[in-house]
Structure formats: C-alpha cells, structure tokens
Design a protein around this ligand. Structure first.
Ligand code: SF4
Length: 280
C-alpha cells in the first residue's frame, strides 16, 4: 500500500469513527519497513490507542550483539517503538517454521522486548488444538515448548478452511452444515450488519469479511463508506445475513454455478467459492 493512501484512509477513518485499533499485516509488513513505520507514525499522531502489527519475524535474522555492529533487528524494533507501535503478534507454528527458522522470530521478539514494546505475543495457528495428535499441531506444540523460556504468551487460533488450507489440510477438517445465515466472521467476530472492523487492501478495496468488499476507498472517501454503510443496500451482504451462503445461489449472476455439496467444508468455504465465481 502507498503511504499516501494509508495516511488518507487513517484521516478518513478517524474523522468518521472512534478508532480503537489499527493493524498492519500482510504478507509480511517488514518487507516494506519504511512504509509501515510512516503509517504507524500517522496512526500514533491521530491518537489511535492500539497500533498493531502481525509479522512472521523474518527480520530477526539480522540480530547482532556487538555495540559497533548493533543488530539491525534491534534498530528496526527501536524505530517501530518510536513510531508508536505498541502491540506485535509474531507468527510461529509448524507452517511458518518450514520457511522461517525459529531463531528469527525468537530474535525479533527479543529485540521488541528490549526496546520496551511490552505487548508481544506469539500468533499460533492450529488445525484442531495445541494438544491434538495430528502431525502439524504436535509440531506446533513442540515449537511453543522451545519458546517457553522467553515467557511470551501465545494467541492460539484455529485455521479456517479457506484458500490453501483447503487444498493442503482438507483431511483434517470436519465438515459442518452449509445451511443457515452467516454467523459472523470467525476470526474477529465482525458482524455484517454492524461491522466493528474493516480491512483495506492495497488496491483500496474495503472488506468486511474475507474478500467481501463494500466499496473502494480510492474511489469514494472512506469516511462516507463507513458512515453510510447499510447492509440492506448490498444484495450479497443482505442475502448472507438473511439466508446465508446458499441464498447466493438464487442471485441471477449465480445461475451457472453448480453446487457440489460434498466439496465444501463449511459455510465460509462455500461463501467464498460462490462469491469468487460471481466476480468472474
Ligand atoms: S465468509 Fe461468508 S459466511 Fe463466512 S463469515 Fe464471511 S460472510 Fe459469513
């Protein structure tokens, strides 16, 4: 996301609403540290109390100890602190460790604690639970045990069957009913009728659930998008609230969509697949 766009969205959002929390996540926000830092500074200037980031901690590979060669991880952590960042979730689990050695997020966490960002947590994805017997959750459990000496708490959340999770982990998910209204976004509890959070993509698309767009903030002021939001005016959202994802099949643009009941794991899986089909 361009910094100017992010600044504009922050100004618009704070004009329209009392923003409690602002979060940057990815991908990996620290691939573009200057942009993220400029955005955190603006959020801080606007008085947003919680300024948060989810990171995979890959930037912890550059931890140095000698004073003359002070580690770039610590320098970066200090800049983040100065910019107003006060809460960091670092992703560590069996899925991340395949690509990022555990030492990196560990070093990133130590650097953040050293510069006195106290609200640092592990962000841990499990399929069933942290004590489950499947190979991934067992590995994640071992990872958390290794990290225990750091004394950092973990936020443990269950993986939703969307995107690549469906392709790669299908055998671990228990299918649930596809029928009935949407019960709200499982990760944040956001309801479609009165969203408590929005997510803005680099393209300006404003979402209230996974790729469920209500407008584009590059085309319309975000303050108006927020203040004028009415779920009844959006045929897809109205259908999801009143009937759920299977109701989308009645929309004229879904007439060629073939429902394959056994293919879907839950309502959200079905919802996302139909909505993707409607876009094309
Ligand atoms: S993906 Fe669809 S069904 Fe699931 S929470 Fe979002 S809007 Fe509701």
């Amino acid at each position: 996301m361009e910094v100017n766009d992010a600044h504009n969205y922050l100004a618009e959002a704070t004009a329209a609403s009392n923003i409690e929390s602002f979060m940057v996540f990815g991908g990996e926000p620290m691939l573009y540290p200057k942009r993220a830092i400029a955005t955190f500074k603006e959020a801080h200037k606007l008085g947003i109390p919680k300024i948060e980031m989810i990171t995979n901690g890959v930037w912890g590979r550059n931890r140095g100890t000698a004073e003359k060669n002070r580690g770039t991880a610590e320098k970066l952590a200090a800049k983040l602190k100065m910019a107003g960042l006060n809460k960091v979730n670092i992703s560590v689990d069996a899925f991340h460790v395949r690509h990022i050695p555990l030492e990196y997020p560990q070093n990133a966490a130590l650097a953040l604690l050293k510069v006195c960002i106290e609200n640092v947590k592990w962000n841990v994805a499990v399929i069933e639970s942290i004590n489950a017997e499947n190979e991934y959750d067992k590995k994640t459990n071992r990872i958390l045990k290794k990290l225990e000496p750091l004394g950092i708490d973990a936020n443990i959340f269950k993986i939703e069957p969307v995107g690549r999770a469906v392709e790669n982990l299908r055998r671990y998910f228990q299918p649930t009913s596809l029928y009935g209204p949407c019960e709200g976004e499982p990760l944040t509890g956001t309801m479609l009728t009165n969203p408590e959070s929005i997510c803005i993509e680099p393209s300006g698309t404003v979402n209230v659930c996974w790729s469920l767009s209500i407008a584009n903030a590059r085309q319309k002021p975000l303050s108006q998008i927020i203040s004028k939001y009415d779920w009844r005016q959006n045929p897809i959202i109205k259908t999801l609230v009143e009937e759920g994802p299977t109701g989308l099949l009645k929309l004229p643009e879904a007439r060629n969509y073939k429902l394959q009941e056994n293919h879907y794991i839950n309502k959200c899986h079905l919802c996302i697949e139909i909505r993707n089909a409607l876009k094309h």
